[in-house]
Design a protein around this ligand. Structure first.
Ligand code: CP
Length: 338
């Protein structure tokens, strides 16, 4: 695909070689993300960071990624802060905001809304999550993490065995990840959910058409026994009519260290797009896993910074200039590995 000036709205825009290009650029971003170097390559550029649904990781890592490339970030957070509550259309909002920014990241509660916004935008728009539809940058950082974790085990992405667990109906991260895995070969996927929250059939069909082996289950223990990756997700309460409906499913699939030791292979990687729901009634990934070296959830978030820097550099066509605008950093804040 041509990255320069493109909107990033869906994983289905990408071919396999595009993914490898994103990952190559992401790897080049490591010295900047780790603050060993700084670059001013996007000095003067403005990111409009528009998040009209709750977000910790996506919003702040998109913003930090832009800052790390030398750009400025202007944020709008929460639906009440937007003049759509006064009846302004998403299209007019896009025409206005794209006059103020050079690139926009957006999260919005309705499926298809970010694409609708992008249709009227005068600058590239990156989808930070549109309802239960897609979360393309999350899928990219998830697969980047999977590639790194599997490389440490002498393996690649082809031939991967993965269990996706939880709310597969409303979870946009698993929708995008499923579509992304369809670009690879010979993947075994176990889809573990309550029957009412199964993966949408169109996404299952995309994975099946890629030749992948798909199994559907509503039982955790046998599903995590022979996989390389356990990818857990929370119940997407915000997509349910009310909390009581979500409570019917919350806590259905809980992984803790005891279950991991009993059922998983010794090096099974544990992933989650986060936030994990740590309330007692949910607790899909118990905190007693925090000392498990195979828990990759905070490596995922660190990798998100690299992948989002790569997306900005590719879309704004500055990959080859990052080094030209680099300088040393006279300070250092040591961070413990996660
Ligand atoms: N993974 C993810 O989208 O997290 P946030 O909702 O905190 O952005």
């Amino acid at each position: 695909m041509e990255f320069t000036g493109s909107h990033i709205l869906s994983i289905q825009q990408f071919e396999r070689e595009d993914i490898q290009q994103v990952f190559r650029v992401a790897a080049q971003m490591e010295p900047y993300a780790q603050r060993r170097k700084a670059t001013r390559v996007l000095e003067g550029a403005i990111l409009g960071n528009m998040f009209f649904e709750a977000s910790t990781r996506t919003r702040i890592s998109f913003g930090s990624a832009f800052n790390l490339l030398g750009g400025e970030v202007r944020e709008s957070v929460g639906m009440d802060s937007l003049s759509v509550v006064k009846g302004e259309s998403l299209q007019d909002t896009a025409r206005v905001l794209s006059g103020f920014s050079d690139i926009i990241c957006m999260r919005y509660p309705e499926a298809g809304s970010v694409a609708e916004f992008a249709g009227a935008s005068r600058v590239p728009v990156l989808n930070g999550g549109d309802g239960s539809n897609e979360h393309p940058s999350q899928a990219l950082l998830d697969l980047f993490t999977i590639e790194k974790e599997m490389a440490g085990r002498g393996r690649g992405i082809d031939g991967l065995r993965i269990a996706m667990i939880g709310d597969l109906k409303y979870g946009r991260t698993v929708h995008s990840l499923g579509k992304l895995l369809a670009l690879y070969d010979n993947i075994q996927i176990v889809l573990v959910s309550p029957p009412e929250l199964q993966m949408p059939e169109d996404i299952v069909e995309i994975m099946r058409s890629a030749g992948h082996q798909i199994e559907v289950s509503d039982s955790l223990e046998p599903s995590i026994a022979h996989v390389d990756i356990v990818y857990s997700t929370r119940i997407q309460e915000e997509r349910f009519p009310d909390r009581q409906q979500a409570d019917l499913y919350r806590g259905r699939f809980r992984l803790n260290q005891g279950l991991y030791t009993k059922h998983c292979e010794p090096n099974t990687v544990i992933m989650h797009p986060l936030p994990r729901d740590s309330r007692a009634e949910a607790n899909e990934l118990d905190r007693d896993l925090d000392g498990n070296p195979n828990l990759a959830i905070f490596r995922q978030t660190d990798n998100g910074l690299l992948v989002r820097m790569a997306l900005f550099a590719l879309v704004l066509d500055v990959v080859g200039l990052v080094e030209d605008y680099a300088c040393d950093v006279p300070w250092h804040v040591p961070k413990t590995p996660v």
